[in-house]
Design a protein around this ligand. Structure first.
Ligand SMILES: Cc1cc2nc3c(=O)[nH]c(=O)nc-3n(C[C@H](O)[C@H](O)[C@H](O)COP(=O)(O)OP(=O)(O)OC[C@H]3O[C@@H](n4cnc5c(N)ncnc54)[C@H](O)[C@@H]3O)c2cc1C
Length: 464
């Protein structure tokens, strides 16, 4: 067994691991990264964010081709299979792996491909795919091993028609009817993807409103547009059993209903990848979801061991994971590249896209904050009309006395980009956070950003 010595060893090469490794390497530390997959990028690149966003992009292009009258001159509407659109996702994954591999090489970070576990607080044993075991000794270790779909024992995931968000990427045909169990962000995103391919989707939600953490108006808009695309949303339902049959899956609900489809996609919860880490050898405990507790410095209960990304739980987003990993390393190298990540925008890549930051109307009303609303509807905006993207709205919530921007909620074309303008203003200190910014600043025209000016005038006009 070879033994290597490092300042910092990072377990996992997803966004959290990459953020940690790059920051530590830039600060002059000798760094190694271990990943159980033979390529870098983590589940983010191979199974989660990247494939789902690439699939969505292709599906939207197909929808545009099929619904825009201009394209009829070059051909009739065409339907594409799921494996067809998957090919374009695979191309993006390869490009991402190539770029990210380059970052590690450029920063002289050693990569070990194998499963890492703790022998003791400073020693990681890596079992490589060829069975060789390497020993890495490090002063500090960052756990960034991410998460995987939660699989309850009473669901048979070995049945060929029962999928989760990892295995759906192996689907080799296009089902005519699909049950998506779980209407969280991942369930809603896949409902958009499959319905965009013409699949009849039953979306099973165990609550009475889709994504109830969103502003109600936006959640209602999502429900409307999903229904409009042939998604049947069934609220307040829970499974009794999932029965795999020869030609499909039957979902038995506690309410007594039975639903049959060609396949079922399970999107109900995730669990931290901690079971193979040998945490019992170092005394780190995990919660019932397999997640590790950290303090605001991303330090675990063992002082030289840090954790970041999905393995620590909320918000379980790639966006946050990168910054958490970077911050964990910032604490290790004691430079100023540290912050506790708690101001994360919501970006949901359904069709239509959704994004928000700050408080919603429900929260502000409950807190008795005197706010006002300004709205801009995309259907009236030049850039949206040019792009043939009339669906959507930007809503700004602001304090009616101080004019402070309290929340920005958006759905429709480019929503996840548009929200950052509002976020930048909300992050300004004192009077610099003001809705007046949007009427006192000249934006490019025509742009989707114009929605801020329209919404700001709409809101300011309500004041008296
Ligand atoms: C379908 C889907 C869509 C998503 N869409 C978005 C989105 O649009 N935007 C967004 O911000 N987030 C999105 N997410 C969430 C995002 O993918 C995760 O938050 C992100 O991947 C977490 O990054 P991470 O670095 O913590 O870990 P991961 O990306 O999970 O990577 C962890 C890595 O560690 C490796 N590993 C595990 N155990 C070991 C071990 N013992 N030894 C060595 N290596 C190990 C794993 O193989 C993996 O490569 C999505 C997730 C899913 C499932």
């Amino acid at each position: 067994m070879a033994v290597y010595s490092y300042d910092v060893v990072v377990l996992g090469s997803g966004p959290a691991g990459e953020g940690a490794a790059m920051n530590a390497a830039k600060a002059g530390r000798k760094v190694a990264v271990v990943d159980s997959r033979r390529e870098v990028g983590g589940n983010c690149t191979h199974l989660g964010t990247i494939p789902s966003k690439a699939l969505r992009h292709s599906v939207r292009q197909i929808m545009q081709f099929n619904t825009n009258p201009m394209f009829r001159q070059i051909g009739e509407p065409r339907w594409f299979s799921f494996p067809d659109v998957l090919k374009s996702a695979e191309r993006v994954i390869s490009k991402q792996v190539a770029s990210r591999t380059g970052y590690y090489a450029r920063n002289r970070i050693d990569l070990f491909f194998g499963t890492g576990s703790f022998a003791d607080e400073q020693t990681i044993e890596v079992v490589c795919a060829n069975g060789v075991v390497e020993k890495l000794v490090a002063k500090q270790i960052v756990i960034a091993t991410g998460s995987r779909p939660y699989r309850p024992a009473d669901v048979n995931f070995h049945h060929p028609r029962v999928y989760d968000s990892d295995t759906i990427l192996t689907l080799s045909h296009t089902p005519r009817r699909l049950i998506i169990y779980g209407a969280g962000v991942i369930g809603c995103e896949y409902a958009s993807i499959f319905s965009g391919l013409g699949v009849l989707v039953d979306l099973i939600d165990n609550r009475d409103q889709l994504l109830s953490f969103l502003d109600s108006e936006i959640s209602d808009a999502l429900s409307y547009h999903l229904r409009n695309s042939n998604v049947l949303i069934r609220h307040n339902e829970e499974y009794e059993s999932i029965e795999g049959v020869d030609n499909g899956v039957v979902l038995h609900l506690k309410s007594g209903k039975k639903i049959k489809a060609d396949a079922l996609l399970w999107c109900n919860g995730r669990t931290g990848n901690t079971d193979q880490l040998g945490l019992e050898n170092i005394g780190i405990k995990v919660n019932s979801r397999g997640q590790i507790e950290v303090d605001q410095n991303y330090r675990t209960e063992v002082s030289n061991i840090f954790a970041a990304g999905d393995v620590i739980g909320w918000p379980s987003l790639a966006s946050a994971a990168y910054d958490q990993g970077r911050s964990a390393a910032g604490n290790i190298v004691e430079n100023d590249s540290w912050r506790f990540v708690d101001d994360v925008p919501t970006g949901i890549y359904t069709i239509p896209e959704i994004s928000s930051i700050g408080k919603n109307e429900r929260e502000l009303t409950q807190a008795k904050i005197p706010y006002e609303v300004g709205k801009a509807f995309f259907k009236s905006m030049a850039r949206a009309q040019i792009s043939n993207e009339p669906v959507g709205m930007l809503k700004i919530l602001f304090h009616r006395e101080t004019l402070e921007v309290l929340g920005v909620h958006c759905f429709g074309y480019q929503a996840s980009e548009i929200v950052h303008i509002g976020q930048a203003i909300m992050n300004q200190k004192g009077e610099a956070n003001s809705i007046r910014y949007f009427v006192n600043t000249t934006f490019n025209y025509p742009t989707m950003a114009e929605a801020y000016r329209v919404a700001a005038f709409d809101g300011l006009n309500r004041l008296f």
